[in-house]
Design a protein. Structure first.
Length: 540
């Protein structure tokens, strides 16, 4: 019966995407002002409660500040903030201006941040005042940045630097710049296996496109009493569009709480104190919870209604553990930066199969094709392909028309991920066609990491792969060819790790470094990472 419920809903679903739509306007005008929007929680659990009326006032102040700085429709604004009310306000203010938000991970290293700001042509950056000392000297390398807006009560000022106190003096009334549902709103960067990271441009309609997937993964979301939190950073599409913006659109509050490092004990304390009902947990966070919090007493006062997970498959033992300690069936889902929340389980509509990414989300038409371009039958492996148009699909890669054409050839989004579908429509992940590394919920391309390693003067060649890991899914392992075999390997390893941390961020450094005489190459000089992965798997 439950399976019939899904099938009937899937067949009956029709998109209702209006011609004109703005994400900020939809969030701020459709919800009662006295409802809680954000609970901003500090690391010591002090909480500030912000209602939709508060968010509206703050967003209008920042929107006016941005307009006074000369921000025009279509211009890009970098948002370098972790989970906070200021991050929410920054996104809404950018959308109200008809501009384009560029979310940036707060732990990015110097080169990773500078590349994205320059590639997107950001003219304004909103960042934390606490981080400004770290980035102050970098500003001369940001080619298009005219102004920096800093959050915090004691934000420094100077030429082209605006404090949050100055923002708070702006008007609380703002005439929104109208946008069409297909107008660009977001550029979210994703790493591929070759070349530099690409900026996936999404339209305002992407929010509406995500609603069926959130409805499924959180089982008829929203329900009375729902309150969401995720340890995933809101700079990534999973945190931003699987949790934050859809919840606010539905008038459901979101908890902002993200210490620099995931702490299982503090995560549970947060869920207890604030009666969190809905969570999105990457599998890595769930493994750390299980590993650290071994007694069932730890989970006694945690009462979740739904638990969604994505990024990699939940193992059968982790699945069973979730049911035993939380008393709920997890809902796994699948998507990528270019087209997100395409597949999902919905435990109250059909019985999820362990290891399955779920079924096609309402409104999305997915098929599997082999290398010959032929649609495969149930039980056969093929690449996941999404028919266009689709409201969750990206518009293009920023300034990369050839890459866009390749990704969307034939009026379809080619995910590059291989899967198998059973007779009931459940999809099972098989492998990635490219070499993207999935570590602790972060998808990273090896090219950027390899480039950072090769900046070390003692390294002649480098290749990076993801090595299977029981906690993180994969860890980053680097194979390097040194300039001289007489180098101190232990010393060079530490230098390489610190170099990558500095350039790209702590989430991208290689946890293992192997020194080799040569790397497997094709006849055209391309590194064969597949062979390195196979060698790792064959080791006892």
């Amino acid at each position: 019966m439950a399976g019939n419920q899904y099938s009937e809903r899937y067949r009956a679903f029709q998109w209702d995407i209006p011609r004109n739509f703005n994400m900020a306007q939809a969030i701020l005008e459709k919800n009662p002002g006295d409802h809680i929007a954000i609970i901003d929680v500090s690391e010591d659990f002090d909480a500030k409660f912000y209602r939709f009326s508060d968010i509206r006032q703050m967003a209008c102040r920042l929107a006016n500040t941005l307009r006074d700085l000369g921000l025009e429709s279509g211009q890009r604004v970098g948002i370098l903030l972790s989970q906070s009310v200021e991050l929410v306000v920054s996104h809404l203010a950018v959308y109200l201006n008809g501009a384009i938000a560029v979310p940036l991970f707060s732990l990015f290293g110097d080169e990773a941040l500078t590349y994205r700001l320059n590639d997107a042509g950001c003219t304004v950056l909103v960042a934390s005042g606490e981080d400004w000392e770290r980035f102050r000297e970098l500003r001369r390398e940001w080619h298009h940045i005219r102004n920096v807006i800093l959050t915090g009560t004691s934000s420094p000022t100077g030429a082209g630097v605006i404090s949050w106190e100055q923002v708070n003096t702006a008007s609380e009334r703002f005439p929104m710049r109208p946008t069409a549902s297909g107008d660009p709103a977001l550029i979210i960067y994703t790493s591929g296996t070759t070349g530099s990271p690409k900026g996936a441009v999404h339209a305002h309609r992407v929010l509406l496109g995500h609603m069926p997937g959130v409805f499924m993964s959180h089982q008829d979301f929203p329900q009375p009493g729902d309150l969401l939190w995720t340890p995933a950073d809101w700079a990534w599409i999973g945190g931003l569009l699987d949790v934050l913006l859809p919840s606010l659109y539905q008038g459901i509050g979101v908890v902002a709480f993200r210490p620099r490092k995931f702490d299982p004990e503090r995560a549970l304390e947060l869920m207890r104190r604030f009666h969190i009902r809905n969570v999105f947990f990457p599998p890595t966070a769930l493994r750390l919870l299980r590993q650290s919090m071994t007694s069932r007493d730890h989970y006694r006062d945690v009462h979740l209604r739904t638990l969604a997970s994505g990024g990699e498959a939940l193992s059968p033992d982790l699945w069973d553990w979730i049911q035993s300690v939380f008393g709920i069936v997890p809902a796994e889902f699948y998507g990528q930066t270019e087209a997100n929340l395409l597949l999902s389980n919905q435990p109250n509509a059909f019985s999820p199969q362990i290891g399955s990414m779920g079924r096609a989300v309402y409104g999305h038409y997915l098929r599997l094709f082999n290398d010959k371009g032929e649609e495969v039958k149930a039980g056969e492996t093929g690449e996941i392909v999404v028919d266009l148009p689709d409201p969750v699909a990206f518009l293009q890669y920023w300034n990369k028309p050839e890459a866009t054409e390749e990704k969307t050839a034939g009026g379809q989004v080619h995910t590059g991920d291989l899967a198998v579908k059973d007779e009931e429509g459940n999809f099972y992940f098989v492998a990635r066609r490219d070499d993207v590394i999935n570590s602790s919920g972060y998808r990273m391309g090896p090219a950027e990491i390899e480039a950072a390693i090769l900046s070390h003067p003692q390294i002649a060649m480098a290749a990076v792969i993801g090595k299977p890991d029981p906690i993180r899914g994969e860890i980053i392992k680097a194979f390097v060819v040194p300039v001289s075999p007489l180098l101190n390997k232990e010393h060079i390893t530490k230098e390489i790790q610190n170099l990558v941390r500095k350039k790209l961020g702590a989430h991208e450094y290689p946890r293992e470094v192997a020194f080799v005489e040569s790397l497997p190459m094709t006849t055209t000089g391309k590194i064969q990472r597949r062979i390195l992965r196979e060698q790792e798997k064959s080791k006892p």
